[in-house]
Design a protein around this ligand. Structure first.
Ligand SMILES: O=C(CO)[C@H](O)[C@H](O)COP(=O)(O)O
Length: 257
């Protein structure tokens, strides 16, 4: 599978309404993969929110029974409750059958940048624990190289912020503490930590190595590089005839920006 020819390249912005249509189409396709009795990881962000909405509709129509969600954030938990999906905490489940999550960037190896919603720490826990992680994106997220556009989000223990910033600079990054729109000062994550967005102006050459290097810095909780474990990506694409198409990539080297 390749992303349909005629699709704008990933760096090209889409009309927000078209992008929303692509996300919705992906969410609708994704819920078809859920089976009754499953425990489902629920990601964070606007695409995951549409998935939660669609899943809630299937449950309320009785088309899916005994489905439980494991939320990756406060947002996912509240949206699940509103959609009528029962949630359990990680400590109450003995498995996660499948997790559905969004991403900020996806490369041809199905490595990801996540963390635009500052929820990547619990997303990584849930997505990696799941028997299968399915990533839901529109075509704007598919890139030839990670990091050229989107920074890597790093969750950092508050008391360690200064030495962590120094270490991130030493790795060649350009770190910036994420601030809130409607609050003076840094945002604080669901887990009580700061977020540092690290730009790598020349892109990321070895995402797996960088993921490990950043996580080795004392004071770092988790970073938003997800490498080496995702095997399914659903991509919403607008084809040359302006039709919305959802493509499933299930092996590495299959997504082309
Ligand atoms: O990683 C995430 C949250 O931490 C999101 O999945 C990512 O930011 C994509 O969000 P959206 O679907 O709104 O584009």
């Amino acid at each position: 599978m390749t992303v349909a020819s005629g699709a704008p390249s990933s760096s090209q912005a889409l009309d927000p309404e078209v992008q929303e249509d692509l996300k919705r189409a992906v969410a609708k396709k994704a819920v078809e993969m859920v089976q009754s009795g499953q425990i489902v990881g629920l990601g964070t962000g606007s695409t995951s929110a549409l998935f939660i909405e669609e899943l809630g509709q299937l449950i309320s129509k009785g088309k899916l029974k005994d489905v439980y969600g494991v939320a990756t954030s406060y947002q996912a938990k509240v949206l699940s409750r509103q959609a009528g999906i029962k949630t359990l905490s990680l400590n109450e489940v003995n498995r996660i059958d499948v997790a559905f999550d969004g991403a900020d960037e996806v490369d041809s190896q199905m490595n990801l940048i996540k963390g635009g919603g500052a929820a990547h720490t619990m997303e990584k826990v849930v997505d990696k624990l799941a028997k299968k992680a399915v990533i839901l994106v529109d075509q704007t997220k598919v890139v030839s190289q990670l990091g050229l556009v989107f920074p890597v989000a790093v969750e950092v223990l508050q008391p360690a912020i200064t030495p962590v910033l120094r270490s991130l600079l030493a790795l060649g990054g350009e770190p910036e503490i994420r601030s809130a729109l409607r609050k003076d000062g840094p945002i604080v994550t669901d887990l009580g930590n700061f977020i540092v967005d690290v730009r790598f102006p020349n892109g990321i050459k070895d995402a797996a190595a960088l993921e490990k290097e950043i996580n080795n810095i004392p004071g770092v909780v988790e970073n938003g590089l997800f490498t080496g474990f995702v095997q399914s990506v659903l991509v919403g694409v607008r084809d040359g005839n302006e039709n919305v198409v959802v493509q499933l990539a299930e092996a590495i080297e299959k997504i082309k920006p």
